[in-house]
Design a binder for this molecule. Structure first.
Ligand code: PLP
Length: 394
């Protein structure tokens, strides 16, 4: 008999009762160090006082009105995101996939608006993950996710990761945009090299193609910049973000330049829930913290410290951790042993982490962690590696 909850997840047999900062606690009092953050969502940890206060106050005032009316929190958050980024305008969504859908529609509309209705193709990179809706899945382009769901949404072409020549060779007059994650998340925390990002930017400019950056996982401070594209010193045309933007409240955003958004006039797109007052109150509260002077710099320094400490474990246990990649608090451990073994060994030491492709384990702690949490992680990870090594050599 089918479970009452649609069984599309293989869930770990545990449920959490509450959280405190980077800790998750079960009903019977077991405490887990949360270096998963609900897959890069709980950017400020659990029960952050500023978020709890804001949400509670807003809940007593107004939850939802509709995008038929002005929403002051939406205007405020959009203005702040515009001021802090490349963008001129923002559309609010409820998830990463919806932000990606908006980005794809916007890029296609941009060209149609200029009389180029045949210009709708989007180039993506192998190993990408852009979401589970039908167009986002087509952009993701993975057989195992697409199989059985009918015809694949047309207009997507995929090229090998970090292969500039391949990318250039498929760019034609039908190309509307290039869509990429600056650091692939599900794909194994693989950064697109900065010089390649700059080359792609240049090529897009040359050919009148839009550069769409998927910052659903890498954005909102995770790498120590508000958006990861900033590390390459480029400016995209469109950015899709979500996850950390709401600190656990379901929301997302699609940011764009005025030119890229020029086809998106009234009636071309919409969302019932996107940008509602409750979500916007929380989004503004998250941004209050992310934009506090020194906050992102601390993400960089804590990330460095974490990376160096994990590198020492990797030196000690090269048969388990082969190397580390990523940026800020978006780190991937390339494993020598099966990555699921390391995720399980960490779990046994009460540390939550997330597996990824390419035999990688992701460390995605809340951005509020400090030195003491890094030390705690390192002590638990050292034990996990020791146990795993003994198991593997038994
Ligand atoms: N894009 C990236 C890079 C992601 O990591 C994800 C989710 O993991 C998505 C898009 C889809 O986001 P959502 O699950 O919120 O629809």
């Amino acid at each position: 008999m089918i479970e009452s909850v649609l069984p599309v997840y293989n869930r770990t047999d545990i449920a959490f009762d509450h959280g405190e900062g980077p800790w998750l606690v079960t009903g019977d009092g077991r405490r887990f160090l949360d270096f998963a953050s609900g897959v890069a969502v709980n950017s400020l940890g659990h029960a952050h006082p500023h978020l709890v206060k804001t949400l509670t106050e807003q809940a007593q005032k107004l939850w939802h009105t509709s995008n038929l009316y002005h929403i002051s929190g939406q205007e405020k958050l959009a203005q702040r995101l515009v001021a802090a980024s490349f963008a001129d305008t923002v559309f609010f969504t409820n998830s990463g996939s919806e932000s990606i859908e908006c980005a794809i529609k916007m890029a296609r509309k941009y060209h149609t608006h200029r009389g180029k209705a045949d210009c709708f193709e989007i180039i993506t990179l192998e190993n990408a993950f852009h979401g589970r809706t039908l167009a986002a899945l087509a952009a993701t382009g993975r057989e195992n996710y697409l199989e059985g769901f009918g015809p694949v949404s047309p207009g997507f072409v995929q090229v090998p990761f970090a292969d500039m020549a391949a990318l250039e060779s498929v760019m034609t007059s039908a190309t509307a945009g290039v869509l990429l994650e600056p650091i692939q998340g599900e794909g194994g925390v693989r950064p697109v090299p900065s010089d390649m990002l700059r080359k792609i930017r240049g090529l897009c400019d040359e050919r009148g193609v839009l550069l769409i950056v998927d910052e659903v996982q890498s954005g909102m401070g995770r790498t120590g910049k508000l958006f990861a594209y900033e590390w390459a010193d480029i400016e995209p045309d469109i950015v899709a973000t979500a996850k950390g933007i709401g600190g656990g409240f379901p929301m997302g955003a699609c940011l764009a330049t005025e030119a890229a958004a020029s086809g998106m006039t009234a009636g071309t797109h919409g969302s019932t829930f996107g940008g509602n007052p409750l979500a916007m109150a929380v989004g503004n509260a998250v941004l209050d913290v992310l934009l506090e002077p020194g906050f992102l710099e601390k993400v960089v320094s804590t990330g460095l410290r974490l990376r160096q400490s994990v590198a020492m474990i990797s030196d000690q246990y090269p048969e388990i951790i082969e190397g580390i990649q990523g940026e800020g608090l978006f780190l991937g451990l390339r494993c020598q042993c099966p990555n699921v073994g390391l995720v399980q060994a960490l779990y046994n030491e009460r540390v939550l982490s997330v597996g990824a492709a390419n035999n990688t384990v992701r460390l995605l702690p809340p951005l509020i962690i400090d030195e003491s949490h890094v030390e705690e992680l390192i002590s638990r990870m050292t034990k996990a590696c020791k146990v795993l090594k003994a198991q593997n050599s038994a």
